[in-house]
Design a protein around this ligand. Structure first.
Ligand code: NOJ
Length: 585
């Protein structure tokens, strides 16, 4: 076997302060059962996902307008290594290649997003419609359908047209509701004869909190304690308006469904016998998933959000709550605007009660919740610092959705795990483990009666991971970003996921173990192939650098020294291994 070139970059535990608290907690109280062998209901839909800014590239090609992510990523210091999604996976030019990867996986559906500024460069429909943008999505949709892959299309995966940000302040402004509705209407008109699953917003929690509260994401605003609530308020209204537009103008003819994709970590009380922790964990989930799901299913924000933010606002001497309110008409307009619920889920936290003083200067979404997040140091965390593998949390979250929102039809729109490697690694056994366990918990949830109709592995390809740049890889397929052609290589998890898809679940222990063994066996030859390819592109880079004296020292280290050391160590180990085998024979 080849040595694992796994220099996993600093897995500092997220909440250091919490680790000491973790010591006195008996983790064993959470006993989460064993593996369940069985299959999914007939017709269960298996897929993989992506989003426009993360994969398309072609950021300024064929008449596309700028999005807030184009502008944000070009500002120095916003993204790891100052990377951008300018070319990313070049998905814009690789429709056929990528659909053939989906076929290889035997997928039933593919989830992707439409870039609003690619269709409408300024975001305002009456300004100009970009025909080339329409053509691109036409081609993608047609090609998917020709290959019997159902498109699940997200209208907003974070790439707001920059003009709307500059002119109106983006989601801080209520005028976004009508602009978004016009854009959605255009999509229904152009693509609705073929697209039957529409997702209005992807993970509005991130848009609101990371875009307008912490500023880690575009547009990078830090309007603590107010910005996120206002953005979310307008997003919920925009979602409802688009659902009504579809319902009244398109549904009878096109017969599709309109939903929203919400993200939610699960929150488990640290001490399940402590009422305060139980309430804090409930609050965690309500401030996360419930913030958006409760208005959409029940017409208004969760009571606990209204209570906590309202009380703190009074203590801060404000005349009204920082959480905006819906009028009675708005409540009934918003309630029930969801034909299916998309769930994006990756991880879990333990939660304990923690009071924060309510001074005006310290107001924020995070302190409004009065809780602290903890992690179990034994949870695997192979990639992103925030992403611990806790499969049992998935089943709990799905059951929470079932009981809180009247057992809606659910599509899992995102679930997966990343890696942070300086070297190439196609033998992703930790991802196999993650998928195996999370998908199994979803199967258990279905047995519990949760109405899950489909699952989307996140993601099809490695891609631009927002403020983390290309440093975190979520793909089933590895993308060599240093090569201009952005070639894709299957990781071992492709083989494993493919088996789950074709068996519609987990037939029995022997077979599942076999899948895993075979997947890991085949990946080492792909690893060698890639190492050789990388050697070639490293040599090309050296030549380029020799001719370009301005290239920085840093580039030299990341593009040449690290890959060369990695490639050499892989080759040396292979030689050493062959030597050992020879000696044994
Ligand atoms: C949720 C986002 O929707 C997606 O774009 C991102 O890649 C994943 N989280 C992983 O961070």
């Amino acid at each position: 076997m080849l040595p694992r070139c796994a220099f996993s970059v600093c897995h500092v535990l997220v909440l250091v302060l919490c680790l000491s608290a973790a010591e006195d907690f008996d983790w064993t109280k959470n006993n989460h059962g064993s593996f369940y062998y069985g299959t999914f209901p007939a017709g269960f839909s298996w897929g993989a996902g992506s989003s426009a800014y993360q994969t398309e590239g072609a950021w300024d090609k064929d008449g596309k307008g700028l999005s807030i992510w184009d502008v944000f990523s070009h500002k120095k210091g916003k993204i790891q290594q100052n990377e951008t999604g300018d070319s990313s996976c070049e998905g814009y030019y690789k429709v056929k290649d990528d659909v053939s990867l989906m076929k290889e996986l035997k997928l039933n559906h593919y989830r992707f997003s439409i870039s609003w500024p690619r269709l409408i460069p300024t975001g305002i429909k009456s300004d100009h419609i970009n025909e080339k943008g329409i053509q691109y999505y036409d081609e993608l949709i047609d090609h998917l359908l020709e290959n019997k892959i159902t498109p699940i299309v997200t209208l907003y995966h974070w790439d707001l047209p920059q003009v709307l940000q500059e002119k109106y302040g983006g989601w801080q402004n209520i005028s976004m509701v009508n602009y978004f509705n016009d854009y959605a209407n255009l999509c229904f008109e152009k693509f609705g004869n073929r697209v039957k699953y529409w997702i209005t917003f992807n993970n509005p929690w991130s848009v609101a909190v990371e875009g307008y509260e912490t500023g880690e994401h575009a547009p990078g605003l830090k309007m603590r304690g107010t910005g996120a609530y206002r953005a979310a308020h307008h997003i919920i209204k925009a979602h409802a308006k688009v659902w009504h537009t579809y319902d009244t103008q398109w549904r009878a003819k096109q017969k599709g469904l309109v939903g929203i994709s919400l993200s939610g970590d699960w929150g488990e009380p640290v001490d399940i016998s402590n009422q305060k922790d139980i309430e804090a964990a409930e609050r965690y989930v309500q401030f996360y998933l419930g913030w958006f799901a409760t208005p959409i299913f029940h017409g208004d924000y969760p009571q606990v959000m209204k209570d906590f933010i309202g009380r703190k606002s009074v203590q801060q001497g404000l005349g009204t709550s920082r959480l905006p309110t819906f009028s009675p008409q708005e409540k009934s307009y918003i309630k029930g605007t969801c034909d299916f619920l998309g769930i994006g889920h990756f991880t879990t936290r333990y939660i304990t009660q923690k009071n924060y003083p309510s001074g005006r200067s310290s107001s924020s979404y995070f302190t409004d919740r009065d809780l602290a997040e903890l992690v179990d140091p034994r949870w695997p965390d192979p990639g992103s610092e925030w992403l611990y593998s806790v499969p049992w949390g998935f089943r709990r979250l799905l059951n929470f959705v079932k009981t809180q929102y009247g057992n809606p039809m659910i599509y899992v729109t995102e679930n997966g795990v990343s890696e942070k490697m300086l070297c190439t690694e196609l033998c992703d056994d930790w991802r196999i483990q993650y998928y195996k366990d999370y998908i199994n918990e979803m199967l258990k949830a279905i047995k519990d009666g949760v109405n899950v109709k489909g699952y989307t592995a996140w993601s099809l390809l490695d891609k631009f991971e927002w403020d983390e740049g290309f440093s975190e890889r979520f793909g089933l397929y590895y993308v060599d970003f240093r090569n201009k052609n952005k070639p894709r290589y299957p990781k071992a998890s492709v083989q494993f996921y493919k088996r789950i898809v074709s068996s519609n679940g987990f037939p029995n222990q022997r077979e599942v173990e076999n899948w895993r063994r075979k997947a890991v066996e085949t990946c080492s030859s792909s690893n060698q192939l890639l190492a050789a390819e990388e050697q070639r592109s490293t040599a090309a880079n050296i030549l380029r650098l020799i001719h370009d004296p301005l290239t920085s020292h840093m580039e030299m280290v990341t593009e040449i020294v690290v890959p060369t050391v990695c490639t050499l160590s892989i080759l040396l180990s292979a030689i050493f291994l062959m030597f050992l085998l020879r000696r044994r024979n």
